[in-house]
Design a protein. Structure first.
Length: 305
């Protein structure tokens, strides 16, 4: 097939197969720029960790001036594009306000991210140093970017928050929606395959293992058969909860009480009380009160008491 014929066939496809064209529309956020923003945010949160050369304390003020100016310009531009897509009445002024708001929250985000790093270090006996956690543990990237994206999500910015978390998803295999509300000291061990939905809420000192899903049971639909947006669809996880590998917890009315343990491969569609333990025994789901100091241990591929 000659190039002219290919070109003509594609032009006909653009005219015929709508819905995946964005022609004559507003300029959307640029994926390359958003990826660069994600990397710059990680530099701000963890100064000295991701530079090619070392960063001396005396050089930090000048370094930070340049980095913040770079982020500010790009962030404001991409927010404005997102707001124009949403037909915001004052996209330029609102983009400036939202960018300022997010940048002002970076010190508080750093405070919370520090608790996540602490949780990873104390929660993984294989970790030899905090430096190892920051430079090599995928949870740091995925959780840190979600916390930044969550601020934009709460401020009503479309597109951009999901693009930021998708950068983390692409790099780590962890899919955390920017709408999820997550407390302090959050740790995802091994990371790969974790999915956390938009309306999930997670308390403080929660630890997840690989493959955990906090998802929806089913979608409520309107009269036209389209999913209803904005309703609570994902579970609530209390404080000091541990959820082991490949557990699946579904439903907006599902609440996992504080100080509970969910065993590996558990499929859970109902709430459990605080201080509970859920696991499989002889293919039956067992949910009972958790005894003091009781924990799950891995043995021959099965989660046992």
């Amino acid at each position: 097939m000659k190039s002219d014929a290919i070109k003509q066939a594609l032009l006909e496809s653009y005219a015929r197969d709508g819905g995946i064209n964005h022609l004559d529309g507003v300029n959307l956020p640029a994926q390359d720029v958003v990826s660069e923003l994600a990397r710059d945010f990680m530099h701000v949160l963890f100064p000295g960790y991701f530079q090619q050369t070392g960063l001396a304390r005396n050089d930090v003020p000048a370094w930070l001036d340049g980095l913040l100016a770079k982020i500010d310009q790009r962030l404001t531009t991409e927010i404005e594009k997102s707001l124009r897509f949403a037909k915001d009445a004052e996209p330029t002024a609102n983009a400036r306000r939202i960018a300022n708001d997010l940048l002002a929250q970076l010190p508080e985000i750093r405070r919370i991210v520090q608790t996540d790093v602490t949780a990873a270090f104390t929660g993984d006996p294989a970790a030899r140093s905090v430096e190892e956690i920051i430079v090599a543990y995928p949870c740091v990237l995925a959780i840190s970017l979600q916390r930044i994206a969550h601020v934009l999500y709460r401020l009503g910015v479309p597109l951009l928050p999901r693009m930021l978390t998708e950068y983390g998803h692409e790099r780590t295999g962890v899919d955390i929606h920017p709408g999820a509300r997550i407390g302090t000291h959050f740790f995802i061990d091994h990371c790969a395959g974790v999915v956390i939905g938009e309306t999930a809420t997670i308390g403080n000192h929660v630890k997840l293992y690989q493959g955990v899903t906090l998802g929806a049971k089913s979608f409520e639909v309107d009269n036209a058969g389209n999913p209803v947006k904005g309703v609570k669809r994902h579970p609530a996880i209390g404080d000091h909860v541990t959820i082991y590998a490949h557990a699946t917890i579904l439903g907006g009315d599902t609440v996992i009480g504080s100080n509970s343990v969910i065993g590996g491969n558990v499929w859970l569609l109902k709430s459990i009380a605080p201080n509970s333990i859920a696991y499989y025994k002889s293919d039956d789901l067992v949910i009972r009160a958790r005894e003091k100091k009781e924990a799950m241990v891995e043995d021959a591929g099965d989660w046992m008491i």
